[in-house]
Design a protein around this ligand. Structure first.
Ligand code: PMV
Length: 329
């Protein structure tokens, strides 16, 4: 059978950095994220006796074939689904991203979430949202957060069955926007998979983990109260803390580029003049600016003026991964 799913990329507000169990991809801490409306992956999977081996084709936003994603990681995920369903058929996988992948825009999250939902359906499994999130997590940790809707929390758990993401609020809960600022369109140098392994080499990881629960509770409280400025201050401080861990790893991970810092400084100076926006940054040089809906146009116009800003993608909070009938083959 053939099935297709569309999955959003999610942006973490409380970051996942460091794994307790690298095989099962169990994280050190809970994380919080928002699914995004304008960064997504569509994937069609078909299992058939006719296929002699698994075939995987991944396309970039320009329909260029992507050859740097490891096919083995996709095949391993197909193996998990075959095992669960008790079948041995090979599969064809075609995947299309609406954004430039592997540039720190969380393509592995949307990629593995779409592969999970389409693959599970195609192989004949009937899984709950929780089971899909658990399965997606094993492909790529952050992918588990792309399964449920809107504002989500990944409960770290301590076994395979207790580590999954849930929806905290639906997409329309809060009228905010996420402006993605792409500063370069190159492939990132150190993958997040490699980065996670270095987290423990930072002398500051243990301090981070000591306080992360309190910070997570504080951010959830600001969301419950819709207190935008407290929310923004917390997510910005969290992004800087993530990069403090990265910068102090051995070897150090320096993801920022000059344009990244120009945007960070501009956002802070605009706040002093009454335009309230906050940034967060993942394992790459790009930024995600969180603002109230009403400020999106003004901020976009300002951001475009900054030297080194290549592209801007405006997102709203989005629903999680969905099946669709629009198959890619
Ligand atoms: O799921 P991974 O292995 O791509 O790790 C994601 C790591 C960060 O994007 C830096 C943080 C996060 O929580 O998404």
């Amino acid at each position: 059978m053939r099935a297709t799913a569309v999955a959003p990329a999610n942006i973490a507000l409380i970051k996942y950095w460091g794994k307790k169990d690298p095989v099962l991809r169990l994280p050190e801490n809970n994380s919080i994220a928002i699914n995004q409306s304008n960064l997504y992956t569509t994937t069609t999977v078909e299992f058939s006796e006719e296929y002699k081996e698994d075939q995987v084709k991944i396309f970039d936003k320009n329909n260029d074939i992507v050859d740097f994603v490891k096919k083995e990681r996709v095949v391993k995920h197909l193996d998990r689904m075959r095992k669960m369903a008790g079948v041995n058929m090979r599969a064809q996988v075609v995947s299309k991203n609406n954004f430039s992948i592997a540039a720190g825009l969380a393509s592995s999250a949307s990629g593995f979430a779409a592969l999970t939902v389409a693959g599970a359906k195609a192989v004949g499994l009937d899984l709950t949202e929780k089971e899909l999130s658990i399965l997606a997590r094993q492909g790529s940790g952050s992918a588990c957060r792309s399964i449920p809707d809107g504002f989500v929390e990944w409960l770290k758990g301590d076994t395979n069955d207790t580590s999954y993401a849930i929806s905290l609020y639906p997409p329309d809960y809060w009228k905010i926007a996420i402006i993605v600022v792409v500063v370069v369109a190159e492939e990132k140098e150190i993958s997040s998979t490699q980065g996670h392994q270095l987290a423990e080499s930072s002398p500051f990881l243990s301090t981070r983990l000591k306080y992360i629960k309190t910070k997570t509770e504080a951010i959830k409280e600001s969301m419950a109260e819709k207190n935008f400025n407290t929310f923004g201050e917390l997510i910005e401080a969290e992004a800087l803390e993530l990069h403090a861990i990265m910068l102090t790893s051995t070897p150090p991970l320096i993801y920022w580029l000059p344009a990244t810092i120009r945007v960070m400084r501009a956002i802070a100076s605009w706040r002093n003049k009454g335009v309230f926006a906050y940034y967060t940054i993942d394992a790459g040089p790009h930024l995600h600016i969180i603002c109230k809906d009403k400020d999106t146009q003004e901020l976009t116009a300002r951001l475009k003026q900054i030297r080194g800003v290549e592209n801007i993608i405006i997102n709203k909070p989005a629903e999680g991964t969905r099946l669709t009938h629009k198959h890619l083959f």
